[in-house]
Design a protein around this ligand. Structure first.
Ligand SMILES: O=C(O)CCC(=O)C(=O)O
Ligand SMILES: [Fe+2]
Length: 373
């Protein structure tokens, strides 16, 4: 079975910016008591807010230089981390979103602001309020290491979200608006962030998924999730039927079944892998087939290889939230061993340790043998 890198149409992995000049390294931690200059009047393709945030990371010796000198220095850094092509793409995407948001009339206004009591089931809310390892563990099961399953959404929320998506799809059809699909592997489905749901999905990641990821996925940036790609996928005989074996472009993925009635569509998992090992063999203990249930969530690492079997009848709709950590992505560039989360790195490491123990034992035996003679 060959595997696809599931691509998103947006987002970059830029992390903590590093200076080109060794003498002027950015600080690792911001100077929180420093009041940055205002950059509101700055004509630049970077947001003025980005400049004032970055200013707090300037080396102390630069904090009181002229505004122009700071702008020049920060611009040089930003340009390195966001090449022109990428900036143009982001700008185009911003305009695309703006066009949708100013023309699309939402069906359920109440979906666009977070209303936790109406959206989530009480058990989930209780666990989130407590935010402890035990409270999370009390509401979920872990059918294979690293895959967590729990009840999450109220049925009324699932219905409302599905009918909003249908309404959006109808608008797209009627106005012949050309929309971008969620990723390279789906022909159907819609990006929720593109039609006004970005703010609540941000909240969903910040206040609900990050606290859980901090407990369950600290080694893949679970504590520092800072951006997301949120969409729905739609399956059925007249939609996408199945989804091939892949890894997500995320550190942590939330996948919640919204409904409706369907047969098939099982998720299959086959172990977590880093880039280098993405196509390596599956170990028997890594095999999991999971049956979707409306309202129920699955939380897993983006690098946990998976796919979805054919939805053979009916209509299946799932909410997917790919959560990313720019810090994790930046740090990953400088690492080679991912044995804290990649099944194959771990297997190789154990094998190296086993060989080294055997060699040491042999060495000792040999020495003993020699001294005994
Ligand atoms: O259909 C599913 O439940 C899986 C979807 C998925 O893995 C994805 O969109 O990344
Ligand atoms: Fe996926």
């Amino acid at each position: 079975m060959s595997l696809d890198e599931h691509k998103k149409p947006s987002g970059n992995g830029n992390g903590v910016a590093l200076s080109t000049q060794v003498a002027h390294r950015l600080r690792l931690n911001p100077s929180t008591d420093h009041k940055p200059d205002s950059y509101e009047d700055l004509q630049s393709d970077f947001s003025p807010l980005l400049f004032s945030s970055l200013e707090r990371y300037l080396p102390p010796s630069m904090l009181y230089l002229s505004r122009e000198a700071k702008i020049q220095f920060m611009r040089d850094i930003l340009v390195r981390y966001s090449p022109e092509g990428e900036r143009t793409r982001i700008q185009k995407h911003r305009e695309y979103r703006q066009k949708i948001i100013s023309n699309y009339q939402p069906l359920h206004g109440e979906l666009y602001t977070m209303n936790a009591v109406n959206f989530f089931v009480p058990s989930f809310l209780k666990a989130i309020n407590e935010k402890t390892d035990e409270s999370f563990r009390s509401i979920l099961v872990e059918p294979t290491p690293g895959v967590y399953v729990f009840e999450m959404f109220q049925p009324s929320f699932c219905e409302m979200l599905m009918s909003e998506v249908e309404n959006f799809e109808r608008w797209v059809h009627d106005t012949k608006f050309r929309i971008m699909r969620p990723n390279t592997m789906n022909k159907y489905g819609a990006v929720l962030d593109d039609f006004g749901l970005e703010t609540i999905l941000d909240k969903l990641m910040d206040e609900y998924i990050r606290p859980m990821s901090k407990v369950f996925f600290p080694e893949v940036g679970g504590l520092t999730l800072d951006s997301h790609h949120g969409f729905v996928v739609e399956y059925g005989v007249d939609r996408d039927v199945e989804l091939g074996f892949h890894v997500d472009d995320s550190e942590v993925t939330l996948n919640v079944c919204l409904g409706k009635q369907f047969y098939g569509g099982e998720l299959f998992f086959r172990g977590v892998r880093c880039d280098k090992h993405v196509n390596t063999e599956t170990q028997p203990e890594e095999i999991l087939d999971y049956v979707h249930v409306p309202g129920r969530a699955v939380l897993h690492r983006g690098r946990h290889r998976h796919g979805a079997r054919a939805t053979t009848s009916g209509h299946r709709c799932n909410l997917i939230l790919w959560c990313r950590s720019s810090v994790f992505r930046e740090l990953k560039k400088y690492q080679k061993d991912f044995s804290s989360w990649c099944g194959e790195c771990r297997r190789e490491k154990r094998e190296r340790q086993r060989l080294s123990i055997t060699a040491t034992k042999l060495e000792l035996l040999k020495r003993d043998g020699i001294s005994a003679s």
